[in-house]
Design a binder for this molecule. Structure first.
Ligand code: DGJ
Length: 723
């Protein structure tokens, strides 16, 4: 039993691996937060409550306590609590009052799924029932804990038990109190080619927030924040991480209140959101995964990695060796035919590369980005004999075949648009904003979803496709759904997400043996909900090794290495025109689900031999990428170096990759102290040809002076094995 309720004190204790989460049902029937952190005993910790403070705030007359002084598990406006509310409901009269009080709890042995959105699998789950006596509006607070994880998964289900429709004007997934203190706010910002760069700033009084209004989780700000004690490092200090399992417009906020207490809340973005909830209807919110680490930011990341590998990503693929692909995009762009593709496949034969992925341009009349999205039939002018010719050829060379789709899109110059202009998202009478000459299909409509499901499933099944790259190359504008009532138009962004998940359910789970990779103009929709369907996601269109150190470092804050798709690509690099050596491009791309995206025929025979060795080495160590513990040692945002170490769970095997940006005269003699090893074990480090104790490798470290070559952007990989 990981969830205990003390009937006398009315305290709930939820225990994870090394964590305890605790709250109280107070005399007013309000769920009041008590504690979240390192595991504690089942003690009476009510002495930590804020009730004794002096306040001039208001309170409902029959209540004993001032809501404003309490640490909320859910918070509501209008009844004396002025902290950031978790939800707001507009009642029939137009008033927005709702006072949720405790009406009971349940503990389930197995975690219920959210009916229309992805969520973590799991076991013991607590549901706390709350309702408002006056309006009968109700909410259920869900909490799931795991014996092997340092996370808690939370969400709220709102219920309209009144006789009238109400309007949800905000419906967040949680509110989480953290004790007063000095904290930093960490987030992952970016744009195309610069996804998930880390930003860490002091948390000030008032509200700090990140959000997306793009109907996509976005490259601009990933749906993740961490609140870290301001002296927390990668290896020490208290850190709380919040990762939202959602792919549409969202918001995450941290409020430092006048009392010093921190309230973190968020979920579906309440900007441009209203949801009409009919009588007896429920509204389910996306899940928030909250990690606690007393071992700094690194510990928080490992908590997320373990949670997402163990309970989110498709079990069938999560720990299996990944396809090592050769993708034709940077080698050919739209300019290909069977001969060009066959040459790429020929070069890949017997190298260890096992999948050829045909990217954009194989369908309709698509010779550039201006047309044909939606016309999912093969362009036989380009590919004589249809897809069959190149698929058969690929198979004959022992490789699997992958195919690119962008199913959510429609080009105005397409047969689909000519037949069904109403499928595109638009506001009647207004010209659509365009991006890459394309519009977005209205996934809130069932007939549009059926069209996508049927077209994609048909191509996959008819051609025996092994691998799908699912792209999404623009954000949504003119958010409007033709035919939907005007008081439901602000439901659009959430309905789009629900439509997307419906499509994924019907395509991904219909084609159980097909491996799906997510993509969004690079990594613009890299979120846990996508990972639920797609075990890996293309991280960024920028595949330059130097840029990737920063992008991959940030992405690994939340997402396991096995989900971070990384390719060795052309030089000079196509995004920032930098030239880095093959070895460095490989070493950085091997800190994830690795692959290739270049014209293999341009590689020298030495490079091809190197490539074969690299793939062998990757396969020998792939279990570390799939299942190991990540330790980030040198941060490329603040140092000339980037070093990451991955250690097996039994601490018997590890790799350490280190990279130096620029060669400098008379430079610092670099020492790397390893992490994550067993201090009592002895390890053989192949590249040093020596055996050392774990404690020596972690405390004295290794010295890199003579290992780096004398040029910029160089890298080195160490193989470490217990003896
Ligand atoms: C954007 C993706 O990130 C690229 O890898 C490529 O698939 C193009 N789209 C194709 O249009």
């Amino acid at each position: 039993m990981s969830i205990i309720f003390n009937e006398e004190t009315k305290i709930f204790y939820l225990n994870g691996k090394n964590i305890t989460y605790s709250f109280l049902i107070n005399e007013d029937g309000f769920p009041e937060h008590l504690y979240f952190g390192e595991k504690i005993g089942f003690d009476d910790i009510r002495y930590t409550r804020g009730i004794g403070r002096k306040s001039f705030e208001a309170k409902p007359q029959n209540n004993k306590y001032y809501n404003d002084l309490l640490s909320p598990e859910i918070s509501f406006f209008g009844l004396g609590d002025f902290k950031e509310p978790t939800f707001q409901v507009k009642n029939k009269t137009g008033d927005r009052l709702c006072e949720l009080k405790y009406s009971g709890y349940e503990i389930l042995d197995s975690k219920p799924k959210i009916s229309n959105m992805p969520s973590l699998r799991g076991n013991e789950t607590l549901i706390v029932h709350l309702s408002d006596e006056f309006t009968n509006f109700a909410a259920d607070l869900y909490y799931s804990v795991y014996e092997d994880l340092n996370i808690i998964a939370r969400r709220i289900v709102y219920k309209n038990n009144s006789d009238n429709p109400v309007f949800l004007e905000r419906a967040f997934s949680f509110s989480q109190s953290l004790p007063s203190g000095n904290y930093d706010f960490i987030s992952l910002f970016g744009g195309w080619g610069t996804e998930r760069h880390i930003e860490r700033v002091p948390l000030h009084h008032g509200i700090s927030s990140i959000d997306s209004k793009r109907t996509s989780s976005s490259a601009t700000l990933n749906p993740f924040i961490a609140i870290a004690e301001n002296d927390a490092t990668e290896i020490s200090g208290n850190v709380y991480g919040f990762s939202l399992v959602y792919s549409s417009s969202y918001i995450l906020k941290a409020e430092k209140y006048s009392t010093g207490e921190i309230i973190v809340t968020g979920g579906i973005n309440d900007f441009d959101f209203t949801w009409k909830l009919e009588s007896e209807e429920i509204f389910e919110t996306p899940e928030i995964v909250i990690a606690y680490s007393g071992e700094g930011i690194g510990g928080m990341s490992r908590a997320f990695h373990n949670a997402y590998r163990g309970y989110l990503i498709n079990n069938k693929f999560v720990s299996k060796p990944r396809p090592i692909v050769i993708n034709n995009w940077e080698a050919t762009y739209f300019d290909f035919n069977n001969d060009k593709l066959k040459k790429i496949v020929d070069c890949a034969e017997n190298t260890g590369i096992d999948t050829f992925v045909l990217d954009d341009g194989w369908f309709g009349k698509r010779n550039n980005e201006k047309c044909s999205l939606g016309d999912w039939n093969v362009n036989t002018d380009k590919l004589e004999g249809g897809l069959k010719t190149i698929i058969d050829y690929t198979h004959s060379k022992g490789l699997k075949f992958g195919l690119w789709f962008e199913p959510e899109m429609i080009s105005p110059d397409s047969d689909l648009f000519r037949a069904h202009p109403e499928y595109a998202i638009s506001v009647p009478g207004r010209e659509n904003s365009m991006a890459r000459y394309q519009c977005v299909l209205d996934l809130t409509k069932s007939e549009v979803r059926d069209f996508i499901v049927n077209s994609v499933n048909k191509i996959i099944k008819e051609n025996g496709i092994d691998y799908v790259k699912w792209d999404f190359n623009r954000n949504i504008t003119e958010s409007f759904s033709l035919g939907r009532e005007s008081d439901r138009q602000s439901e659009f962004a959430h309905r789009y997400a629900l439509g997307l998940y419906d499509i994924f359910e019907r395509i991904v789970y219909e084609n159980k043996n097909v491996f799906f990779e997510g993509c969004s103009g690079g990594g613009a929709r890299f979120d846990p909900a996508i990972l639920y369907y797609f075990p890996q996601i293309w991280t960024s269109d920028c595949s330059d090794a130097e840029e990737r150190t920063i992008i991959q470092y940030g992405t690994s804050m939340v997402y396991p290495l096995s989900s971070i798709s990384c390719h060795v690509s052309q030089i000079p690099n196509h995004q920032c025109f930098r030239t880095t050596e093959f070895k460095t491009r490989t070493n950085i791309a091997q800190l994830g689900a690795t692959g290739y995206e270049l014209d293999l025929s341009e590689l020298s025979s030495d490079e091809i031999s190197e490539l074969k060795e690299n793939i062998k080495d990757y396969r020998n160590n792939e279990d570390l990428i799939l299942k190991g513990d990540l330790f980030r040692i040198d941060n490329p945002n603040t140092s000339e170096f980037f070093s990451e170490m991955v250690v097996s769970k039994d601490k018997n095997k590890a790799i350490l990759t280190t990279y130096r940006r620029l060669l400098r005269p008379n430079a610092e003699v670099k020492r790397i102290k390893m992490q994550g090893l067993d201090k009592n074990k002895k390890y053989f480090v192949s590249e040093l040809n020596g055996t050392f104790s774990g404690s020596t490798l972690m405390n004295v470290g290794i010295q890199l002076k003579d290992l780096f070559p004398r040029y910029d952007f160089s890298s080195f990989k160490f193989h470490i094995k217990a003896v």
